[in-house]
Design a protein around this ligand. Structure first.
Ligand code: ATP
Length: 527
């Protein structure tokens, strides 16, 4: 019981106190004290000198319930409380681990009295837990999740991990959910585009970043896109990259972890978090496609690695390291023109909380691109106020990079590019309204690139300048390849190489998040 020792409390803080035994019975007699913030447990049978009081934070509690003994001769009243506190793993990194406590009382010879006592405990604990958390919907109203799961994502274990790691927490939280296991590419895209989503409070994606890309772009294809794009989303890592999941884990103040540890942390965020503004980048291509992106756009080395390492998918996130080493031995450079709007220049436009983006059609600005070629005409359009059409030169206050041979161009709007790729340490939370542009020109050496990728795991790659590697915060960009060579990726999904431009839309979407209390929080003012 021993690691989270509590300092003595003022009895004035006590809401409930009573003695219980532990289930299964190990001979201990426990004093339980409930305060507004914690459940305190002390074993009264141990030496009071060495016998410390343990604190269990109610913010870490995902559920509790009371029950009677299985057999009618058992007069005891029972209750179970489940916590997911942060604990130190073998690697020295903290992650959330399940702790379930069951207590029994038989203070009376009347079974009902014993049961009523434990019921009053679970009711009070539940109330205090609600006060600690960030409920998605009004307190105590049932939450309904639609879970979209790609069984082939990553190493192919998403479904079994959902059953072992996610389902127990959802059930403890009494969340109602429907699990839809995708059978093919684009199924999730079509579902969110076409179906009535009003029965769901949150759309949960358990996969890599590719399935979230489908969901966001499906929402943007709907007639009611101005409402549907605000549908709260959530991510559970089931893929090999899991960049969005790793970023949210980071924003909530947790240490960088991968695999099922990251899954536990993200399930906790799903259960206890609240909808927060998610920046989306609207991309327009010369082939007249309009795409919404929540994570990254890339051309050159990083997208080559992403796509070429698909064949090592069974290895999980190691595939990116292997792919990087392979590509470093056969470096390619790509010719093109890179222009951008530095973040400073558009800070006036970016001030405030959440930008208004969706205007009612018709609107006569040349920068308004109809959301898609399948658009039914009367719905809303997403205005890209920072962009001019791709067939016109970029505005004169933009910057154009003098070099035109690149090894990599990366635009990233979250902190992580993969579960162990902390590529943008300057991003500390959601909704900052900035795109982080990184580019390496063809003069960069292999040694510098290797150093760059090795340092990226810890996010230390920007601590010292790397020749020919640049970082600029921007709000809009344009890439015009000299020839259509190489792979371009949006959120890790490949698109044909062509001219592309994009701009950030601050807080256009929403995602479930637990803001790090040490960071200034951004209030989601949108409905
Ligand atoms: N049942 C399915 N069968 C085949 N492809 C699917 C299925 N469900 C989804 N997809 C597609 O598979 C692609 C890869 O999915 P996703 O990116 O989520 O996983 P991943 O590639 O393993 O993860 P990561 O992007 O983190 O590396 C996506 O384009 C998605 O649309």
């Amino acid at each position: 019981m021993g690691e989270n020792q509590a300092a003595p409390r003022d009895p004035g803080e006590f809401i409930l106190s009573a003695t219980f035994t532990l289930v299964p019975d190990d001979g201990s007699l426990l004093s339980l004290i409930l305060t507004r913030r914690e459940l305190l447990i002390q074993n009264l049978r141990l030496d009071p000198q060495t016998n410390v009081m343990c604190s269990h934070l109610l913010a870490d509690c995902v559920g509790c319930h009371s029950f009677r003994g299985k057999d009618s001769k058992d007069l005891g009243g029972y209750f179970t409380a489940v916590f997911y506190p942060l604990k130190n793993g073998m690697t020295g990194r903290d992650y959330r681990q399940r702790e379930s406590w069951t207590f029994r009382t038989e203070f009376s010879q009347d079974q009902d009295e014993n049961y009523n006592l434990v019921r009053s405990w679970t009711e009070k604990i539940s109330q205090m837990v609600e006060d600690q958390g960030h409920p998605i919907s009004p307190p105590r109203s049932p939450r309904r999740f639609l879970v979209l799961l790609n069984p082939f994502a990553g190493t192919g274990k998403a479904l079994s991990q959902f059953e072992t790691h996610v389902m127990p927490m959802l059930e403890e939280m009494k969340v109602r959910y429907t699990l839809l296991v995708t059978e093919r590419r684009n199924q999730a895209y079509e579902l969110v585009r076409d179906e009535d989503l009003s029965g769901w409070d949150v759309i949960v994606v358990m996969s890599g970043d590719g399935l979230m890309y489908e969901v966001i772009n499906g929402l943007m294809e709907r007639q009611d896109r101005n409402v549907s794009i605000k549908k709260p989303l959530a991510i559970l890592p089931g893929g090999s990259g899991n960049a969005l999941a790793a970023s949210l884990n980071h924003y909530s103040g947790q240490t960088q972890v991968t695999g099922t540890k990251l899954l536990n942390n993200c399930t906790f965020i799903l259960c206890k978090g609240r909808p927060s503004p998610l920046d989306l980048v609207s991309l327009t291509t010369s082939s007249n496609r309009r795409i919404l992106s929540f994570l990254s756009f890339s051309w050159g080395l990083i997208s080559d690695v992403d796509v070429e390492s698909e064949k090592y998918r069974f290895m999980g996130s190691v595939r990116f390291s292997i792919g990087t080493f392979v590509r470093l031995t056969m470096l390619r450079s790509y010719g093109g023109c890179l222009s951008y709007l530095p973040a400073r220049s558009s800070s006036v436009q970016q001030k405030g909380t959440v930008d208004a983006h969706l205007l009612s059609a018709p609107h006569n600005s040349t920068n308004n691109v109809q959301n898609s070629h399948t658009d039914k005409g009367e719905a809303q359009i997403l205005e890209d106020s920072l962009l001019v059409p791709l067939d016109q030169p970029v505005p004169s206050h933009w910057t154009t990079v003098p070099e035109n041979q690149f090894i990599l161009i990366l635009l990233l709007y979250q902190s992580h590019l993969g579960a162990d790729l902390y590529a943008a340490p300057m991003v500390s939370g959601l909704g900052e309204g900035v795109i982080q542009l990184f580019y390496a020109t063809s003069s960069i050496s292999r040694k510098s690139l290797l150093k760059l990728f090795l340092a990226m795991e810890k996010g230390t790659h920007l601590e010292e300048p790397i020749p020919h590697f640049n970082h600029v915060p921007v709000t809009a960009f344009r890439i015009e390849p000299l020839e259509a060579t190489g792979i371009m990726t949006v959120d890790g999904e490949s698109i044909p190489c062509c001219s592309v431009q994009g701009q950030i839309h601050r807080g256009l979407g929403r995602i479930i998040n637990i803001p790090n209390e040490s960071q200034p929080s951004r209030v989601d003012t949108s409905k």
